[in-house]
Design a binder for this molecule. Sequence first.
Ligand SMILES: Cc1ncc(COP(=O)(O)O)c(C=O)c1O
Length: 374
Amino acid sequence: MSHSGIREISNIAVGMPGTIRLDVGQPNFRTPDHISEAGKRAIDDGYTFYTHTQGLIDLRERLVAKLQKINHYSVTPEQIACASGGVGAIAAALAAILEPGDEVLLPDPGWPNYRMMPPWLGARAVYYPLLAEHDYLPDLERLESLVTPRTRVLLINSPANPTGAVFPRGVIEALAEVAVRHDLWLLSDECYDQILFEGEHVGPASFLDDGRVITVYTFSKTYAMTGWRLGYAVGEAGLIDTVTKVLESNTSGPSTIAQKAAEAALDGPQECVAEMVAAYAHRRDLAVDLLRESGLLVSIPQGAFYVMADVSGAEGDSRRFALRLVRERGVSVAPGTAFGRVGAGMVRISLASSDEDLREGIPRLAEAVRDWKT
Ligand SMILES: Cc1ncc(COP(=O)(O)O)c(C=O)c1O
């Protein structure tokens, strides 16, 4: 098991002050004040004790309303388990389902943390490709050909990291059909459900209610709350009970203070979300223009906050390129190699970086591709 290939670059960038950071997958905005204030108040009001492992009932009741309003389906609080970030919820869901020797279908390119989970469960990751020439949407026939008698879980991620693809309703429906046909659990990572520039976000839970869908969300991206570490898994009550046992065994539930702040996030004005999404959309346009000018544009992201750049013109793979770029040109990006094989000739640029950093960093990157031509 290796470390996340994004961290390899980030760790170098951290030690080089002045580096233009285009590698980080977290909003450069501070958590909105009314949310932070609620966190501080929670400490003063004595919310410093354990909660129910699945999270405060008040929070879960608010999440029921959020799921109804934003994600268009109904659940009960028993069907929600809060965890330490979306990552904690995904890991707990996989741990609840997978037995040694089982297989899980993961996207390539896909978020590196997914690929780190099956090894410690004794399970095997099998990758389905998302190709740029197919707008980073799955080729369903190819995906289905990867299903074996040991396949238990199909993991999907839309809006997607690192490609910014948003799967249309028809694709989500077809993926759900694959899951039904082969009796798979469908784990839908919707951590970017509210970071959308165009089109609609559709989750399989909004139309499939036979109990096989587990959806994961987070406060990290929507409310710029990465450091608070709060996400949640939603699914059929029996499965969520097993997820809860996993969470009991490894964290005993997420921070109570973060949960109180999250309540304020859900209760408070939602303009902050719209403002941040508008800022990402503006940066998306800026980055797309800069990449197009230099011939490095791969596709136009529709959601999440990343854009891919084609660096295949430079020598070596994108890991080597990213290492050289940070050391010699002072710009850090996430190498495509960190996300799988498909992205080997690309790097990921985060739109969660400032406008100035994008304006300065992308031309430097383009210049490096030219200078390091094969
Ligand atoms: C695709 C995807 N899923 C899940 C997460 C989990 O985020 P967190 O654990 O902060 O909620 C991330 C974070 O970068 C992500 O990119």
